[in-house]
Design a protein around this ligand. Structure first.
Ligand SMILES: *Cc1c(COP(=O)(O)O)cnc(C)c1O
Length: 388
């Protein structure tokens, strides 16, 4: 064992540890004594038990977002769900047109898929946010075209935590006859999500961002638009033909348990994590030359992005030692590049490279926040005195 558990973990937006109930639920299934059968081999009781477990998990995930069970498609994570949503709609022979509109603030899973599609006959357009750094309904309306088939936005931004008004955007998109995909990876454990109220036609979520296991996620596909989505993985015809491959019973069961725990704890978690944010911000505000990135009036709890003037985020992270935070996006390579999201929000390159994301979660304690606050003040002061 390494001593990773000794550090302070403030990077829940990058990934969460699985809740112990999730971990035990998964482990119990794997062996001969567990529920190991092929969920698609329903001619015997081993397969039937697995099938029941898979469907029970599907119900939990459906309930989390207030969908119907048969609108949930298992995937290997949100990246695959997003690929299925974007490629599935844009490459379908039933596509309404060849125009795809994605917000410039999206995760790479959306942006890179859109880029790939643009090399395969689709006209993918990136929508830059307006002055306040938000993707507004009016902005979306002004970029919709008669051949827009799909619009993709994120509900909560993973780098700065801003909340997008998905419901208003959905009405604009629908009034135009296009479909809306929502990346809800960062929102489902932080805000109540109801796909009908939101008006999403497609919605992606991920196990490992909501205290479930890695390697599993789901795509919600509204029943009425299912015929507009073309499968991208072919084989045994599982998931109603939309995503072939043997369903990993243990993974989806873990996601199901995580979804139930989120439903049970959503409000308690949100209140606790908000108070952790506030506690951290009280420390941060003792430091001169700091700016909070992103619209703070529309920010969700648990994602706090801060630019420390004249301090390189990489050096700050080194100075913070075993405190795990993230500089810009955690999902890019080892290259130190300013985050595309912070640049799209109008930050200068140097402010973007001075930005650190603090992301407390379900297991963060006030003591940990205080330790981080003290270390942060010391580290920023020391780094600035070297630079001066
Ligand atoms: C993590 C993340 C993804 C990708 O999810 P995976 O399940 O890791 O593929 C997509 N979108 C956002 C906003 C994320 O934070």
């Amino acid at each position: 064992m390494t001593d990773a558990a000794e550090g302070i973990y403030l990077d829940y937006a990058a990934t969460t540890p699985a809740d112990p109930e999730v971990a035990h639920g998964i482990a119990d299934l794997l062996t001969r004594q567990g529920i190991f059968g092929n969920p698609h081999s329903t001619s015997h009781r081993f397969g039937q038990a697995a099938h029941q477990a898979v469907e029970a998990a599907r119900r939990e995930v459906a309930q989390l977002i207030r969908a119907d069970d048969d609108e949930i498609i298992w995937t290997s994570g949100a990246t695959e769900a997003i690929n299925l949503a974007l490629k599935g709609v844009m490459l379908s022979p039933n596509a309404r047109g060849g125009h795809l509109l994605v917000s410039a603030l999206e995760h790479k899973a959306v942006l890179d898929t859109a880029d790939w599609l643009s090399r395969h006959g689709v006209e993918a357009e990136r929508l830059q946010p307006g002055d306040g750094g938000l993707i507004t309904p009016a902005l979306v309306r002004s970029h919709l075209r008669r051949d827009t088939a799909l619009v993709s936005i994120m509900h909560v931004n993973n780098e700065v935590g801003t909340i997008t008004d998905a419901a208003e955007i959905a009405s604009v998109v629908h009034a135009h006859g296009a479909l809306l995909h929502v990346d809800a990876v960062q929102s489902v454990a932080r805000l109540p999500v109801d796909v009908s109220l939101m008006g999403a036609d497609l919605l992606s979520l991920s196990g490992h961002k909501i205290y479930g296991p890695k390697g599993v996620g789901a795509l919600y596909v509204r029943r009425a638009i299912r015929h507009l989505v073309e499968a991208q993985t072919h084989g045994g015809g599982q998931e109603g033909g939309l995503r072939s491959g043997t369903t990993p019973t243990h993974q989806v069961t873990g996601l199901g348990i995580a979804a139930r725990l989120v439903r049970e704890r959503l409000h308690a978690d949100a209140a606790r994590i908000s108070s952790m944010d506030e506690r951290l911000l009280r420390w941060i505000k003792q430091i001169d030359g700091v700016t909070l990135n992103g619209d703070q009036s529309a920010r969700v709890q648990g994602i706090v992005s801060v630019a420390f003037r004249d301090v390189e985020a990489e050096s700050l992270m080194l100075a913070l030692g075993d405190i795990a935070v993230s500089a810009g996006s955690a999902c890019t390579t080892a290259l130190v590049e300013p985050s595309h999201v912070l640049l799209a929000l109008g930050l200068s390159e140097s402010d973007a490279l001075s930005s650190v994301r603090f992301s407390p979660g379900r297991h963060t304690t006030a003591r940990e926040i205080d330790a981080v606050g003290r270390r942060l003040i010391e580290a920023v002061t020391a780094l600035r005195s070297i630079a001066a």
